[in-house]
Design a protein around this ligand. Structure first.
Ligand SMILES: [Zn+2]
Length: 705
């Protein structure tokens, strides 16, 4: 099979609405980076693009949450994510953003092209409209009960509880999160991409052509989408944040974010070409380009079904592969931003990377562990103890130890220089390690070409393991003791150290795509230039010249101490947004003397998100004397909160009252009703409860600090 002329690698564009965690990193970024670095080392023509996804309702929602503008949100998170990726050695050729004019133009051109050729349908539909807020409601602004799992944390696009993709019409008892009222249906007209028209193409292309070379999980998901019946999908929507629909009669309409976001790969490539004085067109039009999308499994439908249809209609090439990853869990539970059960890239950078003096050791330790547990075929688990074991036992004790021993012994037994290889006295063990060195290249290479990154990394570590075995068999430090009686023994020592050094040079080449900072450090120890890391040098035995003086060894990986792991696990658990505890019982604090909890620092306090809310409805909870079910308008959404105040207040007397709500408390089920927050109450001497509230009526959603 001949090689493609060029490669275009993409990593899913992260939403610029918050920091990203290591689950994202393991899914769409590290594997892509390994692949891109490997191809560059192969001297192939490769462009690796990514960028921030800055449209969609998540952005204005976040802006409301943070009390700022959508523009301020995307600027803040674009910069933060870009920095995080840089700090973790992601080697994008460009990290672009979809708010750039070149992207708006590119996306509009795509729309116009499809529209002019009659590939889009227009439909007049009835959509949910909030009469009070006088606006059509984006899917995300409608909340209701999930038809699949019955949770009331379901939105018009997806259920937060079971993860099922939804349309607003599927929601049971929908309410607007803007006003808390049931929305009405109102007529509006939109453009649709008729996916059903392309079913035959998808069947042929995915289920036949790619049934064997794409991951089974990816093909499986596509199959169920295709067989579930492909509905037309709205390309435009009524919203004021996004890319304007480039037509006369489309006032107030923007492109749907799912339509514009993947086009971000195209506009990023264009910008890269401008910056580097290259041509972008071959990367998107020439059939001899291999396009590979790295994504998480939640993005499969967009990258395997919808975007390929758009590309086909627009005359572009199709992806060659879409190696989607499953999810990464953390310490036995799903990672979740709302519950604060996660490890942000920034947290790792702060706690590990920033604490060392450059050199990228901590970066490589994380890259190693995340590749070793990569959720390639099924969900996997980040455990801090597992991280410690991977770093200490594998990276340190096997790989690091082999390189370190080699350098120490070479200085001790061979005068700090690369010794000669004496072909006349090669023994079986020497021949064995020579063949292992020669074979490692194709093993690693074949796995990388098949996107099997964890197995490829295993092969690299395995080669260093074999190096240790070899050294253990040859025991040059024992042989050295015989030198006085038998000077010929130096030949055996030379051969051992010569082969261990050539093996180390090979390890630097093979580990480079995975752990670039480690490879660089090894180059320094070998006093050779970066060119040695060219992939074609792997498997060679004459990488270091005989007689060449090498530097002293450097520690490649430090040990992760038990205390560090303990600290991280405790930090994770204490940061978890805990379930609501009932406010009714505060018996023990009735004493007159100050009864204070232990002192906290400002940062502890700052974690609590307090918001002013207005009680919209209140009702008794069946079979629970103390509980009231409230809906509380927080300005940006209306929440269900269950509160233990039924003995103190009648439901009808508290509707319209303002309260202070702990808004970022993890949801908790009480009597089968999910409560999303806690209302602050003060208790007097008699044990009577009083609402804590602003002294005058103010806008719901106002922050309290
Ligand atoms: Zn659900």
């Amino acid at each position: 099979m001949s090689l493609p002329k060029r490669y275009l690698i993409t990593s899913a564009l992260p939403y610029a609405n918050g920091l990203k965690h290591v689950g994202h990193l393991a899914g769409a970024y590290i594997p892509a980076d390994i692949y891109a670095r490997y191809l560059r080392a192969q001297k192939r023509d490769v462009v690796f693009v990514c960028g921030s996804d800055e449209h969609g309702t998540a952005i204005p929602i976040q802006a409301t949450k943070e009390g700022t503008t959508p523009r301020a949100i995307i600027d803040k998170y674009h910069e933060a994510m870009k920095q995080d990726f840089e700090d973790l050695s992601m080697s994008f050729d460009i990290y672009h953003r979809t708010s750039e004019p070149i992207h708006h133009e590119t996306a509009q051109e795509f729309f116009t092209y499809l529209h002019e050729r009659g590939e889009l349908e227009t439909k007049e539909t009835e959509q949910y409209y909030d009469e009070e807020a006088k606006t059509f409601l984006a899917d995300r602004y409608i909340k209701g009960t999930c038809p699949n799992c019955g949770s009331d944390r379901a939105f018009g696009d997806q259920c937060e509880n079971c993860g099922r993709t939804l349309s607003p019409d599927e929601l049971i008892n929908p309410v607007s999160t803007l006003s808390g009222k049931a929305p009405i249906k109102k007529k509006t007209s939109h453009w649709y991409l008729p996916l059903g028209k392309h079913e035959e193409f998808l069947r042929e292309w995915i289920l036949k052509e790619h049934k064997d070379d794409w991951r089974p999980t990816v093909v499986g998901q596509c199959k169920s989408w295709i067989e579930g019946g492909l509905q037309s999908r709205a390309v435009t929507r009524d919203l004021d944040w996004g890319i304007k629909v480039p037509l006369q009669d489309a006032e107030g309409k923007v492109l749907y974010v799912w339509f514009d976001a993947p086009i971000g790969y195209v506009s990023a490539t264009k910008q890269w070409a401008i910056d580097n004085n290259k041509e972008w067109e071959p990367y998107w039009y020439d059939q001899d380009t291999k396009l590979v999308h790295f994504i998480g499994k939640d993005n499969i439908v967009f990258h395997c079904i919808i975007f390929p249809i758009m590309l086909k209609l627009h005359g572009n090439i199709l992806p060659t592969n879409v190696p989607a990853n499953e999810f990464l869990n953390l310490e036995g539970d799903k990672m979740s931003t709302s519950r604060n059960w996660k490890l942000d890239m920034r947290d790792y950078i702060n706690d590990f990377v920033e604490k060392e003096n450059g050199g990228g050791q901590a970066v490589d330790m994380l890259r190693y562990y995340l590749t070793q547990i990569a959720p390639e075929t099924k969900d996997s688990e980040f455990m801090w103890k597992g991280f410690q074991d991977a770093v200490n036992s594998e990276l340190g004790n096997i790989f690091g130890n082999f390189v370190n021993r080699t350098w120490v012994l070479m200085h001790k037994l061979c005068g700090g220089k690369v010794p000669k290889l004496h072909e006349d006295v090669l023994v079986e063990d020497d021949k064995w390690i020579i063949s292992e060195i020669e074979n490692a290249k194709s093993k690693v290479e074949n796995l990388l070409e098949e996107y099997k990154f964890r197995e490829a990394l295993f092969e690299v570590i395995d080669l260093s393991r074999k190096g240790n075995q070899y050294m253990q068999k040859k025991e040059p430090w024992i042989v050295a003791k015989q030198l006085a009686e038998n000077p010929e023994a130096q030949k055996s020592i030379d051969n051992t150290m010569h082969l261990c050094l050539q093996l180390s040079a090979n390890l630097a080449i093979l580990i480079n795509p995975f752990l670039p900072n480690t490879a660089k450090k090894m180059l320094g120890m070998m006093k050779v230039v970066e060119k040695m890391l060219d992939w074609e040098n792997a498997g060679k035995l004459k990488l270091l010249s005989v007689g060449y003086a090498l530097r002293a060894p450097e520690l490649l990986f430090r040990k992760i101490e038990d205390e560090e792991i303990k600290y991280q696990v405790e930090k994770l658990k204490s940061g978890l947004v805990k379930p609501e505890t009932t406010t009714a019982k505060v018996e023990e604090s009735k004493s007159e003397v100050a009864n204070l909890k232990p002192e906290i620092i400002f940062d502890d306090f700052a974690k609590i998100d307090l918001k002013v809310g207005t009680i919209v409805t209140a009702e008794k909870v069946e079979k629970a004397d103390k509980l009231l079910k409230l809906s509380v308008d927080l300005g940006f959404e209306t929440r269900t909160i269950v509160s233990g105040i039924a003995l103190h207040f009648k439901p009808e007397e508290i509707v319209g009252k303002q309260v202070v709500v702990v808004a970022n408390l993890a949801p908790r089920k009480m009597r089968g009703i999910e409560s999303n927050g806690m209302i602050l109450m003060a208790e007097d001497k008699e044990g009577k409860l009083h609402f804590v509230a602003p002294s005058t009526v103010i806008n719901p959603g106002a922050g309290v600090s």
